[in-house]
Write a protein that binds this ligand. Structure first.
Ligand code: SF4
Length: 76
Protein backbone atom coordinates (compact mmCIF):
# COMPACT_ATOMS: atom_id res chain seq x y z
CA UNK A 1 0.00 0.00 0.00
CA UNK A 2 0.90 3.63 -0.30
CA UNK A 3 0.43 5.94 2.67
CA UNK A 4 0.03 9.67 3.19
CA UNK A 5 2.54 11.18 5.63
CA UNK A 6 2.66 14.44 7.55
CA UNK A 7 3.89 16.54 4.64
CA UNK A 8 0.23 16.47 3.63
CA UNK A 9 -0.83 18.61 6.59
CA UNK A 10 -2.13 21.96 5.37
CA UNK A 11 -1.59 21.00 1.73
CA UNK A 12 -4.51 22.27 -0.28
CA UNK A 13 -3.99 20.19 -3.38
CA UNK A 14 -6.03 17.13 -4.20
CA UNK A 15 -4.20 16.04 -7.33
CA UNK A 16 -3.68 12.60 -5.76
CA UNK A 17 -7.40 12.09 -5.19
CA UNK A 18 -8.13 12.90 -8.81
CA UNK A 19 -5.73 10.35 -10.24
CA UNK A 20 -6.45 7.41 -7.92
CA UNK A 21 -8.20 4.71 -10.00
CA UNK A 22 -9.92 3.14 -6.99
CA UNK A 23 -10.91 6.26 -5.01
CA UNK A 24 -9.20 5.13 -1.84
CA UNK A 25 -8.35 8.57 -0.48
CA UNK A 26 -10.27 9.75 2.57
CA UNK A 27 -10.25 12.91 4.58
CA UNK A 28 -8.48 12.75 7.95
CA UNK A 29 -8.54 15.44 10.62
CA UNK A 30 -6.10 17.75 8.91
CA UNK A 31 -4.75 15.71 6.02
CA UNK A 32 -5.74 13.09 3.51
CA UNK A 33 -5.23 9.39 4.12
CA UNK A 34 -5.21 6.26 1.95
CA UNK A 35 -7.19 3.17 2.93
CA UNK A 36 -4.46 0.52 3.05
CA UNK A 37 -6.80 -2.33 2.07
CA UNK A 38 -8.29 -0.47 -0.88
CA UNK A 39 -5.02 0.83 -2.36
CA UNK A 40 -3.93 -1.34 -5.27
CA UNK A 41 -0.33 -0.14 -5.13
CA UNK A 42 -0.39 1.39 -8.60
CA UNK A 43 1.88 4.29 -7.58
CA UNK A 44 0.09 6.80 -9.79
CA UNK A 45 -0.54 9.23 -6.92
CA UNK A 46 3.03 9.47 -5.65
CA UNK A 47 4.46 11.78 -8.34
CA UNK A 48 1.25 13.85 -8.35
CA UNK A 49 1.68 14.98 -4.75
CA UNK A 50 3.17 18.49 -4.69
CA UNK A 51 4.09 18.09 -0.99
CA UNK A 52 5.91 14.78 -1.49
CA UNK A 53 3.72 13.32 1.24
CA UNK A 54 2.81 10.00 -0.39
CA UNK A 55 5.19 7.09 0.20
CA UNK A 56 5.14 3.35 -0.40
CA UNK A 57 4.98 1.37 2.83
CA UNK A 58 8.14 -0.41 1.76
CA UNK A 59 10.16 2.58 2.93
CA UNK A 60 11.65 2.33 6.45
CA UNK A 61 9.51 3.16 9.50
CA UNK A 62 6.22 3.30 7.65
CA UNK A 63 4.28 1.03 10.03
CA UNK A 64 2.95 3.91 12.11
CA UNK A 65 1.78 5.69 8.97
CA UNK A 66 -0.01 2.61 7.71
CA UNK A 67 -1.88 2.42 11.02
CA UNK A 68 -2.60 6.14 10.96
CA UNK A 69 -3.95 5.95 7.40
CA UNK A 70 -6.06 2.93 8.33
CA UNK A 71 -7.49 4.60 11.41
CA UNK A 72 -8.67 7.72 9.63
CA UNK A 73 -9.86 6.04 6.45
CA UNK A 74 -11.99 3.64 8.46
CA UNK A 75 -13.58 6.49 10.37
CA UNK A 76 -15.87 6.86 7.35
FE1 SF4 B 1 -4.71 5.11 -5.30
FE2 SF4 B 1 -2.74 3.95 -6.70
FE3 SF4 B 1 -2.16 5.86 -4.94
FE4 SF4 B 1 -2.97 3.48 -4.08
S1 SF4 B 1 -1.04 3.93 -5.17
S2 SF4 B 1 -3.68 5.47 -3.33
S3 SF4 B 1 -4.45 2.92 -5.69
S4 SF4 B 1 -3.36 6.12 -6.83
Amino acid sequence: TYVVTDNCIACKYTDCVEVCPVDCFYEGENMLVIHPDECIDCGVCEPECPADAIKPDTEPDMEKWVEFNRKYSEAW
